[in-house]
Design a protein around this ligand. Structure first.
Ligand code: ZN
Ligand code: ZN
Length: 269
């Protein structure tokens, strides 16, 4: 393929997790979204996950028809979580295009905030998601046992997503048993992650989601470049092959799941 490697156009896709507020996407949001539409991406969930980006996330969503927002505090920033941030988060949940709380969770790979602080911020945001009946978006890296432990006994009436899933099939089954949807990023396409591919193969059709986590983790064959929502088409094509289904069918099924879970409207024509 040529330098640009345009993704295959697969109509009906939803990118359930990306960060549009990074350059170069943020410098040309209209172009980024037009390229996504050309690849078949009908709707995008932009995640604002630091105290200083949550307000902008809501603004980005309200300015772009096909963009929705999730707001929360990332485990990296858990040390900045306090009652003031929590009150702002709760207020933002009332904005019309905010569809989920997150990403929150535990990241013991980078440990950018102390682990006890991460657990506390996760517990508080999970309680908020439960009380406000919004889906919870989780980022879990090298911390699945502890994340499941923190959430034990928390009733999440609107469910949730383990985003950018990096565990194996057994780990996926634990989250499925807990009622979560499992979302796969470009990592599933990496040759050194066969266990993630195996997890993507066994997740039931009605619990499967696709995402880019742009600007990170561009899938094969554009790995190593700045990722954008259009590339969810590459991940869809890869996961469809894994599951021996047609990319168009998988796009439709995963988009239906996203709409049902996140309450997205049917996309505008
Ligand atoms: Zn994440
Ligand atoms: Zn993310």
């Amino acid at each position: 393929m040529g330098r640009s490697d345009p993704p295959p156009a697969i109509p009906g896709l939803v990118d359930t997790h990306c960060h549009l507020d990074y350059p170069p996407m943020s410098d040309d949001l209209d172009g980024t979204l037009a390229a996504a539409r050309a690849a078949g991406v009908e709707q995008v969930v932009h995640v604002g996950c630091a105290p200083d980006t949550i307000d902008r996330a809501v603004a980005i969503a309200s300015a772009h028809r096909d963009v929705f927002a999730a707001v929360g505090v990332h485990p990296h920033d858990a040390r900045d979580y306090d009652e003031h941030v929590e009150a702002r988060l709760e207020a933002l949940l009332d904005a019309p295009k905010v569809v989920a709380l997150g990403e929150t969770g535990l990241d013991y790979h980078y440990d950018r905030s102390p682990r006890a602080t991460q657990r506390d911020a996760l517990a508080r945001q999970a309680a908020l998601a439960a009380r406000r009946r919004v889906p919870l978006v989780l980022h879990v890296r090298d911390a699945h046992d502890d994340a499941l432990d923190v959430l034990a006994g928390v009733d999440l009436p609107a469910g949730g997503i383990v985003h950018c899933f990096t565990g194996d099939a057994a780990c996926a089954r634990r989250w499925l048993d807990r009622g979560f949807h499992v979302s796969f990023s470009g990592i599933v396409t990496f040759p050194k992650a066969p266990e993630v591919a195996e997890a993507a193969r066994i997740v039931p059709t009605d619990r499967l989601l696709l995402e880019t986590d742009a600007p990170y983790l561009a899938p094969v064959p554009v790995r190593g470049r700045r990722n954008t929502p259009a590339n969810v088409a590459h991940t869809c094509a890869f996961v469809a092959r894994l599951r021996t289904t047609a990319p168009e069918v998988l796009a439709h099924e995963t988009a239906q799941n996203a709409r049902r879970l996140l309450g997205l409207p049917r996309p505008a024509a």
